[in-house]
Design a protein around this ligand. Structure first.
Ligand code: PMP
Length: 329
């Protein structure tokens, strides 16, 4: 097959049965490998969909300047999609961006707008959004993707992974377990699957320290899942259960995944695996669990796969869990 462009290589990702890692589990665990998309992550789908739908309906013009506040996978995916469509792209980032992501965005030809002032919450979220709004005011050709509120974000996953899963599987799954940040992935996939499988249980995996499901903010390091504000797209009523996983638990599960399955994945893949390990102890025998592994391991060599980082996260994990045990006692 000869593709028209690299963007046509997005999607049709494989589903793998994790039979080695979950050898002793009473459940069947299936994982869709979104990490195999050409830009390296689950965010290739919304980036392509939002850009191409926008060009089709005229909300994006051929000379538009695409702007987004993202220092991670979406920025990389948008930089790739904008390359193919000949659009200028600027990622608004803060000093916490990983040096490797900064280089990747630049390799794709994306511009970087670095925000250094902190906001009232001692983070950068509000100042990044302020900078986006400033760019929109200054440059009439600028278009903001706004992934936390853009319906095309979840729609890309509905028509993408949702449709593909229904085509690939012979019958229903009992649990869909997905990492959440903007909630585009969880809403898109679950809305499509529930049309076919109304009994599906949807389990959201959030980071300890994220506020998505009403828990208090606290320090967290891994990018990908969690958020410091609740996105407009999130509909908590559509989610049956939320499981919180910390940085240490995510990294340990990533290491088990590569050890047993030979799948070298990013931090949020470890988060969903750790959540499934917790869930499968309560799930009925023979339950079928489906997850998505959102990105690859290379961008996490200085965190998840670094022993010194892991030991710092372990100390934080032990502090937190001993404090929780103290509360129970
Ligand atoms: N995992 C990774 C690695 C991601 O980059 C993202 C997107 N930030 C997610 C999970 C969560 O996806 P969503 O924003 O669709 O909730």
């Amino acid at each position: 097959m000869i593709l028209h462009s690299i963007l046509n290589g997005i999607g049709e990702t494989p589903i793998v049965r994790l039979s080695r890692l979950f050898r002793n589990s009473p459940c069947e665990v299936l994982a869709k490998l979104e990490m195999l998309n050409p830009g390296g992550s689950v965010k290739d789908r919304p980036a392509r969909y939002i850009i191409e739908r926008g060009l089709a309906d005229g909300t994006i013009q051929p000379d538009s300047h695409i702007v987004e506040s993202s220092s991670g996978n979406l920025a990389i995916a948008l930089a790739m999609a904008c390359r193919i469509h000949g659009l200028r792209f600027t990622a608004v980032v803060d000093p916490k961006i990983s040096p490797i992501n900064l280089k990747i965005i630049r390799c794709y030809g994306g511009d970087i707008e670095l925000v250094t002032e902190k906001d009232s919450q001692n983070g950068y979220l509000e100042t990044r959004i302020e900078r986006v709004k400033h760019l929109l005011r200054e440059q009439p050709d600028a278009v903001w993707i706004n992934q936390y509120a853009n319906k095309r974000n979840w729609q890309s996953h509905y028509h993408g992974e949702g449709e593909e899963i229904l085509k690939s599987l012979d019958g229903p799954v009992d649990y869909l377990v997905l990492g959440v940040s903007t909630s585009g992935t969880v809403h898109g996939i679950s809305r499509r699957l529930r049309e076919a499988w109304p009994d599906l249980k949807v389990v959201a995996v959030d980071a300890v320290g994220s506020v998505l499901f009403g828990t208090p903010p606290s320090p967290r390091e891994l990018p990908g899942i969690g958020a410091s504000r609740v996105p407009e797209l999130l509909q908590r009523g559509e989610i049956d259960q939320a499981i919180h996983i910390d940085d240490y638990e995510s990294a340990v599960a990533c290491r088990e995944l590569v050890k047993h399955e030979g799948i070298f994945a990013g931090g949020s893949s470890g988060s969903v695996i750790a959540a499934i390990q917790r869930l499968s102890s309560q799930a009925p025998r023979g339950a079928r669990i489906l997850t998505v592994l959102p990105d690859r391991g290379e961008r996490y060599l200085d965190s998840v796969y670094d022993d010194e980082w892991l030991s710092r996260m372990k100390d934080r994990h032990l502090d937190r869990t001993s404090h929780l045990l103290g509360q129970i006692a």
